[in-house]
Design a binder for this molecule. Structure first.
Ligand code: NAP
Length: 195
């Protein structure tokens, strides 16, 4: 599993259930990574998206223990209500096809399962109230790439890559096969068609 996140210089990622910065180049980078893939998010991140709608052109899996299946059907996302259920859903999907996209609680929960983290570092203090784990302080994680500085809407950003030396392998408790991703995609296509 991958994760993708934009952090400020304190590893801050959000405040008031929103993003810290309006970054166009970073948004393009996010779309390039995740288009056509499976994205995994927490309940607050779904709420933070425009009209609380899942992202287009991706299979959206949301972890929300209090989730409403009717909301999932109407909006077209896959609802999971526990971490085990979420891991079952992503288990059969090719590792590289899954991106954790937030927020703080989801990144923290799924960090041990991720092998790669795509971190956009923003050289500014966004006065965040929610934070990502500082990967520079975690033994398992190593920064393998630091991109050139880019100006993005007045902010200096760098696209960095971190690798986890020891990602946790997760087992599925149900018997899934390789058709699983297609099933999830078909479900979402069906839901989208019937909106
Ligand atoms: N900078 C970035 O790249 C980026 C990306 C995405 C989001 N964000 C920001 O992150 C902030 C949201 O982060 P957040 O931590 O508040 O929300 P979150 O991780 O999106 O969602 C948290 C909710 O998800 C469910 N959840 C998460 N982990 C769980 C677990 N292990 N077991 C059961 N349920 C779990 C819980 O739902 P219930 O409360 O319903 O039980 C929990 O309250 C916002 O400010 C957003 O803009 C930033």
């Amino acid at each position: 599993m991958n994760l993708i996140v934009a952090v400020d210089k304190n590893w801050g990622i959000g405040k008031n259930n929103g993003l810290l910065f309006d970054l166009k180049a970073d948004m393009k980078h996010f779309v390039e990574h995740t288009r056509g893939k499976v994205v995994v998010m927490g309940a607050n991140t779904l709420r933070s998206l425009p009209n609380g709608m899942p992202l287009k052109n991706r299979v959206n899996i949301v972890l929300n223990p209090d989730g409403d299946i009717m909301d999932a059907i109407e909006k077209g996302y896959v609802l999971t209500t526990s971490l085990d259920e979420l891991l079952e859903q992503v288990h059969a999907v090719k590792d590289n096809e899954v991106y954790v996209i937030g927020g703080a609680m989801m990144y923290h929960t799924l960090l041990p399962y991720c092998h790669t983290a795509y971190i956009t570092k923003v050289d500014a203090d966004g006065e965040a109230t929610v934070f990502h784990d500082n990967l520079d302080k975690l033994d398992n994680w190593t920064c393998t790439e630091v991109g050139e500085p880019i100006d993005d809407n007045g902010y200096t950003i760098r696209f960095c890559t971190y690798k986890n030396a020891n990602p946790v392998e997760f087992e599925s408790t149900i018997d899934l096969n390789k058709e699983h991703l297609h099933t999830i995609r078909a479900e979402q296509a069906f839901l989208n068609r019937n909106k």
